[in-house]
Write a protein that binds this ligand. Sequence first.
Ligand SMILES: [Zn+2]
Length: 228
Amino acid sequence: MTLDPKSPAHHPAHHPDEALLLDYAAGSLDEPTSLVIATHLALCPDCRRVVAGHEAVGGVLLEETAPVEPAAGALAALMTLLDEPAAPPPVDASPIPSAPILPRPLRDYVGGDLGAVPWRKLISGIDVHDIVVGSAPNRFKTRLMRIKGGVAVPRHTHEGFELVMVVEGGFSDGGRHYDRGDVTCSDGEVDHSPVADADGGCVCLAVTDAPLRLTGPLMRLLNPFVKF
Ligand SMILES: [Zn+2]
């Protein structure tokens, strides 16, 4: 049975490299890459478990190097809390809001949910919104891309790396399909032209650390003019 990618029980099928998860847990990633990983983690219980494992190991190492005394009375306060009967959960009569599409870390950077994004047309069928991440200027470009159903991103390769996470909808690339939460990483070895799903298109979060280079027979003439 295939779960609806919008279901909370859906697990992404394509994950960041474990090295990225390890660097994330250690706090050693740059901010744009961290944003992609944190957004993926919001949708991926499998990677959350991996990161929690790394953080636990990191915590043990930290404890070994820097012992911390518990605050005086902390244990007594905890025991008092444990003795108290649990309060009944408050009754919330407000209507259940529809779940936001942008996961929390990304929504904070965008300043709202997907409906609040001030899109800018890049080329026919592709809109973008650049997100300011980290202290500007830096070598990274962090952006949301909205690709219309059935539209192909012009064939291109990379001078650096490109980390992409599907936020809504899906796309196909190199015989693989990517749904909400899925992550893919490309570099100069990859020459591709991802195609958004025909039914509904795709919204992605993309981080690149160098410009893309168009490689299609006609589009490559546009390289000096189109700043992807
Ligand atoms: Zn994952």
